[in-house]
Ligand binder design. Sequence first.
Ligand SMILES: Nc1nc2c(ncn2[C@@H]2O[C@H](COP(=O)(O)OP(=O)(O)OP(=O)(O)O)[C@@H](O)[C@H]2O)c(=O)[nH]1
Ligand SMILES: [Mg+2]
Length: 301
Amino acid sequence: MNDNIKSGFVTIVGRPNVGKSTLMNRMIGQKIAITSNKPQTTRNRIRTVYTDERGQIIFFDTPGMNKPKNKLGRYMRNETNYCMNDADVICYLVEPYTFIGDNEEEIISILKNIDVPIILIINKTDMVKKDDILPIAKIYSSRLNLTDVIPVSARNGSNIDELLSAIFSQLPEGPLYYDEDTVTDQPVKVIAAEIIREKALHALNEEIPHGIAVIIEKFKKRAGKESITDIESTVYCERESHKGIIIGKNGSMLKKIGSNARFELERELNTKVNLQLFVKVNKDWRDNSLSLKNFGYIQDQ
Ligand SMILES: Nc1nc2c(ncn2[C@@H]2O[C@H](COP(=O)(O)OP(=O)(O)OP(=O)(O)O)[C@@H](O)[C@H]2O)c(=O)[nH]1
Ligand SMILES: [Mg+2]
């Protein structure tokens, strides 16, 4: 570490599904936030830490911004708002297209009223030609005061070093807030629940994924056999009919979700995992304050 190290808080915002969580994972070099091709994958702000000889960046990944449709949606929106005003830098992520829809317009109008340096990140550049990028940069630069425009591909890692340099150049000199080995403050039980929810998101279609919540009921190293972790978890959904789909014919869907989750949990925990999944219905929980609280979606700001 040199003397003049920099540090600060960087919030990643954008529409659902633009690749915020994928990008954050890529920058810290580890998968902490779950990702999927379904919008509204991230439900809480997720704090991670990147440290190198230049200093430390504390990232906040946030739920994608769109119009809230229920109490869960309003909670998610608050999570994002909470991380914006106090940030040292906002990373505003967009897809590589010049079209600016209503949702994007709303984000732009919010960002206009925030007095924080904004770096525009054009993600998914692996999907377009190089020549397509300049017009996108021009359109957004005409709408917002941007300190930088960085095209990247979170998927294949291109230009990530340039992005990290652009972020560091905006950060003030400051202390290391976390020790050098810290990557996240997410408790391991929360990470485990999110891994299970991710596998459910990947396996299920239509409206069901949005109505899923995962609770860890038991999480324990087996007495006398520390190389095994016993995990019991309940997958909550909103309808009896959804429960049937999540369980699948002869339990096949739940088995698939369980074995995909177990595979990743074993890698994460470095032990064998004995995973038992249960499915329960909690009708319309996304609009029920008590259920939201029980599922960990608490307004604690
Ligand atoms: N082609 C391509 N796909 C990407 C890239 N980055 C992310 N994706 C894909 O985009 C989808 C959404 O990624 P996420 O990281 O979950 O998006 P998000 O912005 O965090 O979404 P929410 O949490 O729902 O707001 C996933 O299928 C990713 O694999 C990229 O650079 N290129
Ligand atoms: Mg996300």
